[in-house]
Design a binder for this molecule. Structure first.
Ligand SMILES: [Zn+2]
Length: 56
């Protein structure tokens, strides 16, 4: 059984805020994708990422 590679160090330093806004979540996931490979974004998360990437 394989474990996905998790960047625990990054996760410890980058906690998702409890009541995160969509923008905070989008930014978190954008950084997460760059730094960690523990999970793939869901369709909803991907939409959020695309939205905030487009808006910049
Ligand atoms: Zn991760």
């Amino acid at each position: 059984m394989y474990n996905k590679i998790m960047n625990k160090d990054w996760h410890q330093k980058n906690r998702m805020p409890v009541n995160a806004t969509d923008e905070q979540r989008a930014k978190w996931h954008i950084e997460h994708l760059k730094n960690c490979d523990c999970r793939k974004p869901t369709a909803n998360i991907q939409k959020l990422i695309d939205k905030y990437r487009a808006e910049k």
